[in-house]
Design a protein around this ligand. Structure first.
Ligand code: ZN
Length: 250
């Protein structure tokens, strides 16, 4: 007990978290979807912050071109034959052995999204494609689970916190999935490692607010950032009256 108070002292000292918020964080369960640049940093920040249960999922193994931004993997991991989920599990346990980790080596998709979101308090988006985000959006709306959406490409990034029944959802933002399917991705246009890290840090912050019981402090709208030009703003997003999220109660 004393060790836990010591470990999280600098979070407990924060007036926004305090001992009560920290207790809530330690009792919480989170699913981080994807273990690339965003998922690496989000999961290590949440493990170190003391989140009680972390489910992590990714289908890939670490590759050389991941290392410039995916901070959970090292050169030595390239030839171990382990998946990102398996390596991540080791690193998260080493950072905080009290966290229960459920590591899944699989692509997040229509076939497993129900299972992966089972029993969690927050779903955090660390994916690299819009199609899977729609699956997650729809299942969290159905289940009433808060969802922190984030993405980074080139030096730009977006973050939006979605609370079913209260806020707009991804389909309010982009009603037509085919219109966004051709958008640039890290694989086609590159991504600045520090832009991905910034988006991941903001997503982890949004998650901690929700877990600590400070939902009222969440980001309101869509954060639009360009790290290279130093611009950050939060765009107002309206709930689309035609959207599926409108029938949902808080
Ligand atoms: Zn919506």
């Amino acid at each position: 007990m004393h060790e836990q108070i010591d470990r999280f002292n600098r979070h407990i000292l924060l007036r926004m978290i305090g001992p009560e918020g920290q207790k809530r964080i330690e009792a919480s369960r989170v699913f981080v979807a994807g273990l690339g640049a965003l998922g690496s940093l989000i999961s290590i920040l949440l493990a170190r912050a003391g989140v009680g249960f972390l489910r992590i999922a990714d289908q890939d193994n670490p590759e050389l071109h991941n290392l410039h931004r995916q901070v959970l993997y090292d050169e030595a991991d390239l030839n171990r034959g382990l998946s990102k989920a398996q390596v991540a599990e080791e690193r998260l346990r080493a950072a905080n052995s009290s966290v229960e980790i459920h590591a899944v080596t699989a692509a997040v998709g229509a076939d497993n999204v129900e299972e992966l979101t089972e029993g969690v308090d927050v779903v955090v988006d660390a994916l690299d494609n819009i199609r899977t985000r729609y699956f997650i959006n729809d299942v969290v709306l159905k289940r009433g689970i808060p969802y922190v959406f984030g993405g980074a490409v080139e030096a730009a990034g977006n973050v939006m916190t979605i609370i079913p029944g209260e806020t707009p959802c991804l389909r309010c933002l982009w009603p037509d999935s085919s219109a966004v399917s051709g958008h640039p991705t890290a694989a086609t246009h590159g991504v600045l490692s520090s832009a991905a890290a910034t988006v991941a840090a903001i997503e982890a912050t949004e998650t901690l607010k929700l877990l600590a019981g400070r939902t009222e402090d969440r980001l309101r709208g869509l954060l639009v950032m360009d790290l290279w030009h130093g611009s950050f703003h939060v765009a107002h997003v309206e709930r689309d009256p035609q959207c599926i999220c409108n029938g949902i109660r808080p």
